[in-house]
Design a protein around this ligand. Structure first.
Ligand SMILES: NC(=O)c1ccc[n+]([C@@H]2O[C@H](COP(=O)([O-])OP(=O)(O)OC[C@H]3O[C@@H](n4cnc5c(N)ncnc54)[C@H](O)[C@@H]3O)[C@@H](O)[C@H]2O)c1
Length: 359
C-alpha cells in the first residue's frame, strides 16, 4: 500500500501535459492516476505515454525541491472532468483547462473536499472568483491553491527575500517585462490582460505586500504581426494602495523568445531578475546567450517546486502558496484592467474587504 497522493489532471494541453509529466516523473509523494480532456485522443496518448513511468532517483528535500517520484502505474482517462473530480481514487486535482472552465471545476473540487492546484486565472472575472472564495470559506478549510508560479521561481523568491529584508529601504517601483515568442491566433486583447498580465498583478501584490488600487492599461501601436484588432503589446500601470507603482510591458507576439524580467527600485538600490544570464558564448563573430522558446523552460524549476510544495501541503491538509483570495484579487484587478483597455482611462479596482468574506 502506498501513501502517495493520487492526482487527477483536468486539461492536458501545453500546461496540463507538462504538469502530468512532472507529477509522473519528478514529484515525490504523488502519483498521477487520471487525466481528463475533451480531446480524448490527446488524453489517451498522454496516459499511455505516462503509464508505468518509473520515478527518477533523488532524495527528499524539506525546502520543496522535487525529489524522485514514485511514478504512475496506471493513468486512467476519464471523459467527464467532473467525474474525475468525484472519482474515489483521486485525492487531489490539478486544473489546467482554459480559464472559462475553472469556476465550475473549482466548485466541484470544493463540493468533494478535494485539494486543488488551479492554473491561473482563478476564474475569468472578479464576481465568479469571489463566489469561489466564499464557497471555499463555507467548506471551512483552504483547499485551493492558484498557479502563480513566479512566487516559486528561485530568482523571484530571492528578490522577495531581499526586498523584505529592508536592506534596500522601502520598495518604490517595479518595472516588469513579460514577453512570449508567439501565442495562438485566438489569444485576443482581453486574454492578454486576464491570462498574461495577471501574473504581474500577482507579482506586484506579492512583492509590495499590498493591494492594487487603480490600473491603467495602455494600448500602444500594435505589432503588424497579429490579426487586425489585437492590441499587442500592452503597457499597464498599477497604483498600489500604499502609493508605490508598477509598470508592465506585456508583449505576447515578441517573435524572439520567452522573456520575463522584473526590476525593483527601492530607496537605497535596485534589483533585477530574469536577465537570462546563463552561458555567454563568443563564436563566429557573435557573442551572446540563448533564449527559451516558452514558459515551460524558463519556469520549469518554479513549476516543479510549486507542485512539490502543493503535494506536501495537501498531504498535511493545507495549502502552501497563493490562495483563492489571491486569485480573486488578481481577477478583480484584471476586470478593471479590461475596462481600462476598453475605455482608455485609469479604472479603480473594486474589491470586497477580507472582513466582508471572512468576518
Ligand atoms: N502558470 C503558467 O505559467 C501558465 C502557462 C500557460 C498556461 N497556463 C494556464 O493553464 C491553463 C491551460 O492553458 P494551456 O496553455 O495549457 O492551454 P491549451 O489550449 O494548450 O490546453 C488546454 C486544454 O484543455 C482542454 N479543455 C478545453 N476545455 C476543457 C474543459 N471544459 N475541461 C477540461 N479540459 C478542457 C483542451 O482540449 C486542451 O487540451 C490556462 O488556465 C492557462 O492560463 C498557465
Amino acid at each position: 500500500m502506498t501513501q502517495d497522493l493520487r492526482i487527477g489532471i483536468i486539461g492536458v494541453g501545453a500546461m496540463g501535459a507538462d504538469h502530468a509529466e512532472r507529477v509522473a516523473r519528478r514529484i515525490s509523494g504523488a502519483r498521477l492516476v487520471a487525466v481528463s480532456d475533451p480531446d480524448t485522443a490527446r488524453a489517451e496518448a498522454l496516459a499511455a505515454a505516462l503509464t508505468g513511468t518509473p520515478g527518477s532517483a533523488g532524495s527528499a528535500n524539506a525546502g520543496g525541491t522535487p525529489a524522485g517520484a514514485t511514478g504512475s502505474d496506471g493513468v486512467r482517462v476519464i471523459g467527464d472532468p467532473l467525474a474525475l473530480i468525484g472519482d474515489a481514487e483521486v485525492d487531489a486535482v490539478i486544473i489546467a483547462s482554459p480559464g472559462f472552465a475553472h469556476a465550475e471545476q473549482l466548485m466541484a473540487c470544493l463540493e468533494h473536499g478535494k485539494p486543488v492546484l488551479c492554473e491561473k486565472p482563478l476564474t475569468m472575472d472578479a464576481e465568479s472568483s469571489l463566489r469561489v472564495v466564499e464557497a471555499e470559506h463555507k467548506v471551512g478549510r483552504p483547499l485551493i491553491q492558484v498557479g502563480f508560479m513566479r512566487r516559486f521561481d528561485p530568482e523571484y523568491a530571492r528578490l522577495k527575500q531581499l526586498l523584505d529584508s529592508g536592506e534596500l529601504g522601502r520598495t518604490l517601483l517595479l518595472h516588469n517585462v513579460h514577453r512570449n515568442k508567439t501565442v495562438t491566433a485566438t489569444f485576443h486583447s482581453e486574454m492578454i490582460v486576464r491570462d498574461s498580465l495577471v501574473h504581474e498583478v500577482d507579482v506586484a501584490r506579492w512583492l509590495f505586500d499590498d493591494e492594487i488600487a487603480r490600473i491603467t492599461v495602455h494600448a500602444p501601436k500594435p505589432t503588424s504581426l497579429v490579426a487586425e484588432g489585437v492590441l499587442d503589446p500592452q503597457l499597464a500601470v498599477f497604483e498600489m494602495v500604499g502609493g508605490a507603482m508598477a509598470d508592465v510591458e506585456v508583449f505576447v507576439n515578441f517573435q524572439v523568445g520567452y522573456e520575463v524580467r522584473c526590476e525593483a527600485v527601492a530607496e537605497k538600490g535596485s534589483a533585477t531578475i530574469g536577465l537570462g544570464v546563463d552561458v555567454l558564448t563568443k563564436q563566429a563573430g557573435h557573442w551572446g546567450g540563448t533564449m527559451p522558446d516558452d514558459f515551460r523552460v524558463r519556469f520549469g524549476l518554479a513549476y516543479d517546486i510549486e507542485v512539490q510544495r502543493w503535494v506536501n501541503a495537501a498531504a498535511r491538509g493545507e495549502i502552501d502558496g497563493p490562495t483563492a483570495w489571491d486569485g480573486y484579487a488578481a481577477a478583480a484587478v484584471c476586470t478593471a484592467g479590461v475596462q481600462s483597455l476598453q475605455e482608455g482611462r485609469p479604472v479603480q479596482v473594486e474589491m470586497v474587504s477580507r472582513s466582508e468574506v471572512f468576518g
